[in-house]
Design a protein around this ligand. Sequence first.
Ligand code: SF4
Ligand code: SF4
Length: 72
Amino acid sequence: MSNTLLQLGPSEIKIKKHWCKACGICIALCPKDVLEADDKGKAVAVAPEKCTRCGMCEMHCPDFAISVEVER
Ligand code: SF4
Ligand code: SF4
C-alpha cells in the first residue's frame, strides 16, 4: 500500500514578511533545516523540497506569519 504523503506534491511555505518579527523560532524548530534567516532575520524557505509538513513552524510562530500548504 502506498503512503499518501508520498503522493502529494512539494510543500509551499508561505511567509508573510510584514508579519514576521524575525524571532527565529521557526528556524530553530524546523527539524529539516528548511528555513533560514534573511539579512533582517526574517524567515526564508531555502529548502522547501526537504519539508515534511510537520507543521512545527506554523504551530509555533507567535505572529501567524508562516503557513505550509500542499500543492496537489
Ligand atoms: S512544516 Fe516542518 S519541515 Fe516544513 S518548514 Fe515547517 S517546521 Fe520545517
Ligand atoms: S516564527 Fe514567525 S515571526 Fe518568528 S521568524 Fe518564524 S515566521 Fe517570523
